[in-house]
Design a protein around this ligand. Structure first.
Ligand code: GLN
Length: 203
């Protein structure tokens, strides 16, 4: 059974947990560095960065000392899914950061926060994505404004709304609020692929 760590400092954690457990994963909520990494390496097989307020999550990440180890495990290849504020955290550049706001810089994209206007501009839509049709919710969503080399666009909605490079997926919207399993399934498939690869390397 794959174990997925869901970053649980702020934001919409519960819906991700429910969706992942529904897909058969074990879920660990990540609040401290030792939730993520033990003496023998990562304690999880993949991570989810949920939506919420990206500047708050960023501040808390650095406050609890999770920013550095989280960046390290994903750079080393741990599959990762970031939704909404999670996409902002993954981005290398933020056009309009909150004062002092940083990001993990794990995906070579530039994002604009709250690019679709205020809360009232939120909407539930069906998107054609490169993973298939997806029923999702946009809530004060960021937009990807620059896509770096080697990063694939996987969804559009008034601009680029989903990107992927290697086993890192960033989406501007919320599949967990509608119960859309496509992206979490992809994460679990990425985890299975990685486990298979390392088994083959050791054989
Ligand atoms: N606008 C928020 C931010 O930049 C993201 C909103 C969300 O995650 N639903 O953090």
């Amino acid at each position: 059974t794959p174990t997925v760590g869901v970053l649980a400092l702020q934001g919409g954690v519960r819906e991700h947990v429910r969706l992942l457990e529904g897909l058969g994963a074990r879920v660990v909520q990540l609040r401290t560095p030792s939730d993520l990494v033990g003496p023998d390496g990562p304690r999880v097989d993949g991570v989810v960065l949920p939506g919420g307020e990206s500047s708050t999550i960023d501040r808390l990440l650095r406050m609890v000392g999770l920013a550095e180890p989280l960046g390290a495990v994903v750079r080393e290849g741990l599959p990762c899914l970031g939704t909404c504020a999670g996409l902002v955290l993954l981005a290398r550049r933020i056009v309009d950061p909150a004062p002092g706001q940083q990001s993990l810089g794990l995906l070579d994209v530039t994002v604009r926060r709250n690019a679709f206007g205020p809360q009232v501009a939120s909407a539930e839509v069906t998107l054609e994505t490169s993973l298939g049709p997806a029923r999702v919710a946009f809530i004060r969503a960021p937009r990807v404004e620059v896509v770096g080399p080697g990063v694939d666009v996987i969804a559009r909605h008034g601009g680029v709304a989903g990107v992927r490079r290697g086993r890192i997926t960033g989406i501007a919207f919320h599949p967990e609020l509608t119960g859309e399993p496509l992206f979490h399934r992809r994460l679990l498939a990425d985890i299975a692929d990685r486990v298979r690869e390392s088994a083959a390397r050791e054989a």
